[in-house]
Design a protein around this ligand. Structure first.
Ligand code: CUA
Length: 167
């Protein structure tokens, strides 16, 4: 049997190149994607909006008056508290195209604030104020879900955001 011809130096060089080029291109591509999403699209981690005494949430502004306030045309701020097993407010109405800033905290244990269909997923920790924004362009009903196990009735802890079509 005749032995297989061994690959010449130029074939080896091409094989090496086929590995080297993607291993440069992939991290460079990821860095570009990270830069574009962080600075171009403004996507970032939800921030910590300060600390709060979890025993005195109901007396501490802005959580002494939970609800929705309009801060500018098309912009709203939701001041929300979570406690076993409800959000306050648990129903929010805004017109389509609104941008909502959520300032939220927990009065007792760790809760979550997750809105499928919007870019919002934060933990609500007692003692911390979560600060996150999301845009609601498509009219409809969005669920507000607690996605951190918070006790026996965790599965019932939900609210909704009603995004109304623009007149
Ligand atoms: Cu609150 Cu689960």
């Amino acid at each position: 049997m005749k032995p297989e011809p061994r690959p010449g130096p130029s074939t080896i060089y091409l094989y090496e190149l086929a590995w080297i080029l993607p291993s440069i291109a992939i991290p460079v591509g990821m860095l570009v994607a990270l830069t574009v999403t962080a600075f171009g699209a403004g996507i970032h981690l939800p921030g910590v909006g300060g600390r709060i005494n979890p025993q005195a949430v109901a007396q501490t502004p802005p959580f002494n008056e939970t609800g929705v306030v309009q801060t500018a045309p098309g912009r709203y701020e939701v001041r929300m508290t979570a406690q076993i097993w409800a959000f306050a407010p648990n129903e929010i109405r805004v017109p389509a195209g609104s941008r909502i800033r959520f300032r939220a905290t927990s009065k007792d244990v760790v809760h979550g604030l997750y809105i499928p269909g919007a870019d919002l997923n934060v933990m609500l920790l007692p003692g911390q104020i979560a600060d996150a924004e999301a845009r609601f362009d498509t009219p409809g009903e969005y669920a507000v879900i607690c996605h951190e196990y918070c006790g026996i009735a965790h599965h019932t802890m939900a609210g909704k955001i009603i995004v109304e079509p623009r007149p």
